[in-house]
Design a protein around this ligand. Structure first.
Ligand code: CA
Length: 414
């Protein structure tokens, strides 16, 4: 029998009592503070903490980021989650029967503004879907050299830009950059080949000391939780700049994240096996346990002429070849120190079949197979006025743990 709340949570909600993600919200001109989400309500954790309903020695929720809470580590995260599940349980009268406490702590979700949940120090973007890496390699270098020889040994990544990570709902202006036409010298122009990348991101909560790697089997203790990520990408800028050091300005224009950070505890029931790794990985990347997560993902697009979003891709987080534990173990094997608030992203999560591809570049195969929209329009890449939305959820027979969505619109170049 699944745990139930006294709050009426719609059966298709992403936010039952089994989820309880963390986010940063404000109401009107009020200050930003930490809350959790249950059904269609935001529960004000700053207020609950001030009133003595939450268990720690010093306050961590009356601030505009999750960092102070994340820094406390896994035991504190578990304690707060247990307390919240008890407070919200159907058989607990503390909040259920206290009308004034409910009125002061439970806010209808349509009345809040969500903010970037975490103060992000560093952002690293991996490249961990074998299908995506193969598709990109095939398009950029040809089928024979599609997958680089190091790819099956190293969780490949680049150091991204933390300052331009934005919360869902932030519109993005088409970037300008240096582009090389096929038949001439490079020019400075608005990107003509804007794309999204379907990814997931995971925040480091507890860091490590410089010089002390995080072992692969301890990695899960360091991750606080996950979000949906859209890594906006300007493919024409990328094509001219990416060799020899990888992406730079093609990726720093903006990266969008969903506002609710879903904890690894909430995702625990959805752990599953990762793809078979062949050749075998080096010992420092070997897991004792299953470390992948079965999370369904969907990308939808809505042009200015459309009245509702249209699904164009359906993928899953479990397609990722390198797990989040392997990524973190590899990232720190040199002794590189991670800090609370650091963001790691998966890289584009393309699956094995064309409808599971996680970018326009792959879905339309470089624009050769345009997508037809219900409005009669076609798309090779993202046009001005287009809205891209990513949603994701994990389900079993009893409940769904979802991420809500990350959405953003491309506006004309300034
Ligand atoms: Ca990416």
């Amino acid at each position: 029998m699944a745990l139930k709340s006294f709050i009426d949570v719609p059966s298709d909600s992403h936010f039952p009592i089994q989820n309880l993600p963390y986010g940063v919200f404000s109401v009107g001109a009020g200050s930003a503070r930490v809350g959790t989400r249950i059904g269609d309500y935001v529960l004000d954790l700053a207020r609950l903490e001030t009133d003595g309903y939450l268990p720690h020695a010093h306050p961590v929720f009356s601030c505009d980021s999750l960092n102070p809470f994340m820094e406390l580590g896994r035991d504190a995260w578990r304690t707060v989650r247990d307390r919240l599940q008890r407070l919200l349980a159907a058989d607990n009268a503390t909040l259920r029967d206290n009308t004034s406490l409910r009125a002061s702590t439970m806010i209808p979700v349509q009345n809040v503004t969500m903010h970037l949940p975490v103060r992000i120090g560093d952002y690293t973007d991996f490249y961990s879907s074998r299908e995506h890496a193969t598709n990109m390699g095939t398009m950029f270098r040809g089928k024979e050299n599609a997958l680089m020889p190091n790819w099956v040994y190293i969780p490949v990544a680049y150091h991204g830009r933390a300052s331009s990570v934005v919360v869902s709902g932030t519109d993005i202006h088409r970037p300008r950059g240096q582009i090389k036409p096929d038949d001439g010298a490079p020019i400075l122009a608005a990107s003509k080949v804007m794309d999204f990348e379907l990814e997931m991101g995971y925040f480091v909560g507890a860091g490590n000391e410089l010089g002390t790697p995080i072992p692969v089997d301890r990695a899960a203790d360091h991750f606080f939780g996950m979000v949906l990520v859209n890594d906006w990408s300007a493919r024409d800028i990328q094509k001219w700049e990416y060799q020899p050091l990888g992406p730079f300005l093609a990726k720093n224009l903006a990266t969008s994240v969903s506002p609710w950070v879903v904890t690894l505890e909430a995702l625990e029931p959805f752990r599953c096996a990762s793809p078979l790794q062949d050749p075998p990985v080096l010992p420092y990347l070997e897991h004792a346990q299953e470390q992948a997560y079965d999370i369904d993902l969907e990308v939808l697009i809505q042009s200015a002429a459309m009245t509702e979003p249209f699904p164009i891709s359906r993928s899953n987080f479990r397609y990722m070849y390198w797990t989040i534990a392997q990524q973190l173990a590899h990232h720190t094997i040199t002794g590189c120190n991670m800090r609370h608030g650091d963001l790691l992203a998966s890289g584009t999560l393309s699956g094995p079949t064309p409808e599971t591809y996680g970018s326009m570049l792959e879905l339309t195969w470089r624009g050769e197979r345009p997508i037809e929209l219900p409005s009669g329009e076609t798309r090779k890449f993202i046009q001005d006025g287009d809205r891209v939305t990513v949603t994701g959820w994990a389900s079993n027979e009893d409940f769904t743990v979802g991420f809500g969505e990350v959405t953003g619109r491309i506006l004309p170049c300034l």
